[in-house]
Design a binder for this molecule. Structure first.
Ligand code: FE2
Ligand code: FE2
Length: 131
């Protein structure tokens, strides 16, 4: 069962961005399932690394779109992306160095932080994409 489910209310009104968000949600679920089933560390690291990479790609695309639409809160939004990238990089390092990675903490972080970001911060730019 999916740990986090995508719902129409999360849409920012842009198909490309919505698809990227859906893919991020799917990747979080894949990671959660792998953690639950005791998947070996190397495989978990690969999933986490894919998530880190994809999130970066998504953030830069989102930022270009916001810049294109002259979104007035671009700077603040970008700061949140930077903070999120940094946190993900920390978790990735922890996974690499630890024999018992903080899997529960990583999942809690991804589910709350990333999802709140999509639901609140990303939704805030939605009206500007229609301009
Ligand atoms: Fe986003
Ligand atoms: Fe964002």
């Amino acid at each position: 069962m999916a740990l986090v489910a995508w719902e129409e209310q999360y849409s920012v009104g842009n198909d490309r961005i919505d698809q990227q968000h859906q893919r991020i949600v799917a990747m979080i679920n894949t990671l959660g399932e792998a953690m639950e089933t005791g998947t070996e560390k190397a495989a978990l690291m690969k999933i986490l690394s894919d998530l880190v990479g994809y999130t970066k790609t998504h953030f830069s695309e989102e930022e270009s779109l916001m810049a294109q639409k002259s979104y007035p809160y671009l700077v603040e939004h970008r700061e949140q992306h930077v903070a999120l990238n940094r946190q993900l990089a920390d978790y990735y390092r922890n996974f690499y160095l630890s024999s018992r990675p903080q899997t529960a903490e990583v999942m809690a972080f991804l589910q709350s932080w990333l999802f709140n970001h999509i639901l609140e911060e990303d939704k805030r730019y939605a009206p500007f994409l229609q301009m």
